[in-house]
Design a protein around this ligand. Structure first.
Ligand code: IPE
Ligand code: IPE
Ligand code: MG
Length: 236
């Protein structure tokens, strides 16, 4: 039975750098794209696990502003995969109460990709059980710059609150827990502003093999952290 909880030991917002698809495939002598396809299946599962455990916001890194540097066939394969995966899975997400957003730069995406993102957002706009942010063509530096430009265009002063309201994730609170799979311990230009006080969890599992037990390990590690936000223990 899904349990929705206000328990502070459950992170309200979990962010994930879904990394390791290519290495997972290579280890199996398969094309990298097979790893990306398997990664989509894992994301489907993670949405369920997150809902069951009372997480309210899930933000995943699907394609970075730097991923355009990959070989053209991998980039076009990823673009085709997102369109196909949305066509296949948005109805199920909609029925499970998931509201989908795509933080990231839209204008430079192909029209059919833009259309697929737009439709997925429109189809799920009435939902509120879980917010799923799929960061696509997203970069943390792009986000800060576009927010600053928006404030300048409106003639507003640059303040922390103003900037936060203009960022691509202004519709959700900052992430509480940030997981990166695939063994690397870096942000790779994800949520540079929003992750200021996120608890970090690094998993050696490649994304296609990420499972419920590993997700629960991350949640358990989070529950055991003391979040001080600059204060000392005695003040909490
Ligand atoms: C993450 O897996 C998915 C994307 C960046 C699109 P990778 O493709 O980076 O997998 P590795 O890191 O090469 O194993
Ligand atoms: C980060 O992974 C981007 C996504 C998971 C979408 P990368 O695999 O692109 O990161 P680097 O290049 O190893 O830092
Ligand atoms: Mg990688």
């Amino acid at each position: 039975m899904p349990q929705v909880t206000d328990d502070f030991s459950v992170p309200h917002h979990v962010a994930i750098v879904m990394d390791g698809n290519g290495r997972w495939a290579k280890r199996r002598f398969l094309p990298r794209l097979v790893g990306h396809r398997q990664g989509v299946e894992v994301l489907r599962q993670v949405v369920r696990w997150a809902q069951d455990r009372g997480v309210r916001v899930l933000t995943v890194f699907a394609f970075s502003s730097e991923n355009w540097r990959r070989p053209p066939d991998e980039v076009s394969g990823l673009m085709a995969l997102v369109v196909k995966a949305l066509g296949r899975y948005v109805p199920e997400m909609r029925d499970h109460g998931v509201r989908i957003h795509f933080p990231g730069q839209r204008a430079t995406l192909a029209p059919e990709v833009q259309q697929a993102l737009h439709l997925a957002e429109a189809d799920t706009a009435h939902n509120d059980r879980l917010v799923l942010n799929i960061c696509f063509n997203y970069g943390g530096r792009w986000d800060v710059v576009q927010a600053a430009q928006a404030l300048v265009a409106r003639g507003e002063p640059i303040t922390e609150e103003g900037l936060a309201r203009a960022l691509a994730l202004a519709h959700v609170p900052d992430p509480d827990l940030l997981i990166r799979t695939g063994g690397e311990q870096r942000l790779s230009n994800f949520l540079l502003w929003q992750a200021a006080y996120a608890e970090l969890f690094f998993s050696d599992k490649w994304w296609p093999e990420f499972d419920a037990a590993e997700f629960d390990r991350a949640l358990l590690a989070y529950a055991q952290r003391e979040r001080r936000f600059g204060r000392i223990s005695e003040q909490l």
